[in-house]
Write a new protein. Structure first.
Length: 195
């Protein structure tokens, strides 16, 4: 029951914490593209690469985000959640993942001990969370809900298109669509009896 309560609360982390390992967010052209089945193929390839690299390290790997939802337009960035025992123990996974091209980009101890590693080509955001992390559970709930509910999938697609207009960081893009995301989450929480 405690985990259910944690799932419905969106933690913000410490606003004074600079999560950027290299100092500042990446300026980039935010483009939302038509869904491509190649995104699933790329996830499958990256999943195998990560599993092979971390063969001696028990992990769970999930394709999350918009590229994991058939028919949903998205930024051409594969979002992957990597679940480890303790994300703060970076020596368990960062050096190994660095050898296959991933670069530690974000470190957020105050927000679920989240780490993000980025692969430049193809573009992958690898999010590292601990077991039973509410944020990871929300990622899976949101993905599965959009796969099964075309009306909310279209609503989110519309919000994404508007959110990308005139922004040059992923954070600005995410903030522009946050109200729609949170509203869809409320629908999910009600449907699952969490609120």
């Amino acid at each position: 029951m405690q985990l259910d309560k944690e799932i419905i609360v969106f933690e913000e982390g410490d606003p004074n914490e600079n999560p950027w390992v290299s100092g500042s967010p990446t300026i980039e052209n935010i483009v939302v593209e038509k869904y491509s089945p190649l995104w699933v193929q790329e996830f499958n390839k990256q999943q195998k690469n990560i599993e092979t690299a971390l063969a001696d390290f028990s992990v769970k790997i999930e394709h999350v985000g918009s590229t994991a939802v058939p028919g949903l337009p998205a930024k051409p960035v594969i979002d992957i959640d990597l679940i480890v025992e303790d994300p703060s123990r970076e020596t368990d996974y960062v050096p190994t993942l660095s050898r296959i091209g991933y670069k530690l980009t974000i470190r957020e101890p105050s927000w679920y001990q989240h780490r993000m590693l980025r692969l430049a080509e193809p573009r992958v955001n690898l999010h590292v969370f601990g077991r039973n992390c509410p944020e990871h559970i929300r990622h899976v709930l949101f993905r599965d809900w959009l796969r099964a509910h075309p009306d909310d999938r279209q609503r989110y697609a519309d919000a994404k298109s508007i959110a990308a207009d005139g922004v040059d960081t992923a954070n600005a893009y995410n903030m522009n669509k946050q109200s729609v995301v949170r509203d869809i989450y409320q629908t999910i929480f009600r449907a699952r009896g969490l609120i």
